[in-house]
Design a binder for this molecule. Structure first.
Ligand SMILES: O=C(O)[C@H](O)[C@@H](O)[C@H](O)[C@H](O)COP(=O)(O)O
Length: 249
């Protein structure tokens, strides 16, 4: 993974963001998995419980699978990791399309997590997405900061379920909101808001594919897409494959 870091990078690039590029999606997943393991080990090194925010999507699931296959995973005390989600597709419990279902299938069921520390956003039990979002916001009040926040990026530059032009982008008085009429199916979702995403020491954008190249270029130039906003309080990484990085210079 070549460093295409900000030092000496183009002036248009967002200050403080490091860009690391892997040859292809498989190499990206493996490289991010190795970084994920190291980040959790470091976060736990002071005896603390690590707080990690997972994301959904194909790229993230490939990372989770690579972590599950990594021999180094045994160096993590999985029982002392608190798992959160940046967003969730508001579907019935166990639906294969839920981000939580996909994370359990790819990783969480394969390591010794403490189920009480796996904080899923609620499934659709008839209570409505607003109630699910309010419950998650209440739960998050106990968390001062996240050690790691992973985000995928859509072709339109969305992150989590914060979509361009949607009113949730302006919400600054709560940490989780319902989203309706999502342009990415399913239509109803729950998402963290920008203030919640801002509580992370490290923000990692994990992005693969030619269809994301425009969004990546726009975000790194500080353009008008949701992916321009989230920044880590300590570090922001753009972890890309060549295709997603094809329009940044
Ligand atoms: O619920 C979701 O779909 C995700 O949280 C969403 O934000 C995703 O991370 C991006 O759309 C990238 O998805 P891909 O990696 O599948 O392109």
């Amino acid at each position: 993974m070549s460093a295409d870091g900000n030092a000496g990078g183009t002036a248009s690039r967002e200050q403080g963001s490091n860009v690391l590029v892997a040859p292809d999606a498989d190499a990206l997943a493996a490289a991010v998995a190795a970084r994920f393991v190291t980040r959790l080990i470091d976060a736990q090194s002071g005896g603390r419980v690590a707080h990690v925010v997972l994301t959904g999507g194909r790229v993230a699931s490939a990372v989770y699978r690579a972590v599950a296959e990594s021999p180094a995973r045994t160096a993590i005390d999985w029982g002392r990791v608190e798992f959160w989600w940046g967003d969730e597709r508001f579907l019935p419990e166990g639906d294969a399309e839920r981000n939580a279902t996909q994370a359990w299938d790819a990783l969480l069921s394969k390591v010794d997590v403490d189920r009480a520390k796996v904080h899923e956003m609620a499934a659709d039990t008839g209570q409505g997405a607003e109630a699910a979002a309010a419950a998650y916001a209440e739960e998050l009040k106990a968390v001062p900061a996240f050690d790691l926040l992973m985000l995928g990026v859509g072709p339109d530059g969305h992150v989590a379920s914060l979509f361009p032009g949607f009113p949730q982008l302006a919400v600054d008085d709560t940490s989780a909101v319902a989203v309706h009429d999502s342009p990415k199916p399913p239509p109803t979702r729950v998402s963290l808001t920008f203030p919640a995403l801002a509580k992370a020491a490290e923000v990692w954008f994990v992005v693969a594919g030619e269809d994301k190249a425009d969004a990546v270029q726009t975000a790194l130039a500080g353009g008008d897409v949701p992916a321009s906003t989230p920044k880590g309080t300590e570090r922001t990484l753009w972890l890309l494959d060549n295709a997603a990085a094809s329009k940044i210079h």
